[in-house]
Ligand binder design. Structure first.
Ligand code: 5GP
Length: 129
């Protein structure tokens, strides 16, 4: 059965899309550590990142870098952090998190945004790609 991120990629579940290419899809995390927290997901549903082929792993890293540079331009922050966790959703994804303090990297403090705010943040990042 398709997982939640596969449903998002297919458009069966809505998301605040930031960017996509033939192999990866980027969208805003619905429960962000910080405004602009973006997930870069492989279109192929593989659970663990180091099980990706070398080619797909390298592609995901290049894709994430491209999106991270746009996040950095669009969202005021000290730097963009990158995490790979996958304990909640077993489908390879890279977290790109605009960092202001160490707490932003800990997944303890969460921000709540209105749908309009999510749309506006996604648009700002899209415009920087
Ligand atoms: P992880 O699997 O890396 O521990 O965390 C999964 C991440 O996906 C979490 O930060 C969570 O907020 C996010 N997430 C889970 N379900 C959804 C969803 O339906 N839509 C979006 N945009 N993000 C989700």
């Amino acid at each position: 059965m398709a997982g939640i991120f596969s449903k998002i990629i297919k458009g069966e579940i809505p998301s605040y899309k930031v960017y996509e290419d033939e192999k990866c899809y980027a969208f805003l995390d619905i429960n962000p550590n910080a405004v602009g927290h973006t997930l870069c997901v492989t279109k192929t549903e593989v659970d663990k990142i180091f099980d990706l082929s070398e080619e797909d792993y390298n592609h995901l890293m290049q894709f994430s870098r491209k999106v991270a540079l746009a996040v950095r331009k669009a969202i005021p922050c000290k730097r963009v952090g990158m995490s790979v966790i996958g304990l909640e959703v077993p489908h390879v994804h890279v977290h790109l998190i605009p960092l202001h303090t160490m707490e932003d990297a800990t997944f303890q403090n969460k921000q709540s945004l209105t749908p309009e705010e999510f749309k506006s943040v996604a648009k700002k990042i899209q415009n920087c790609i």
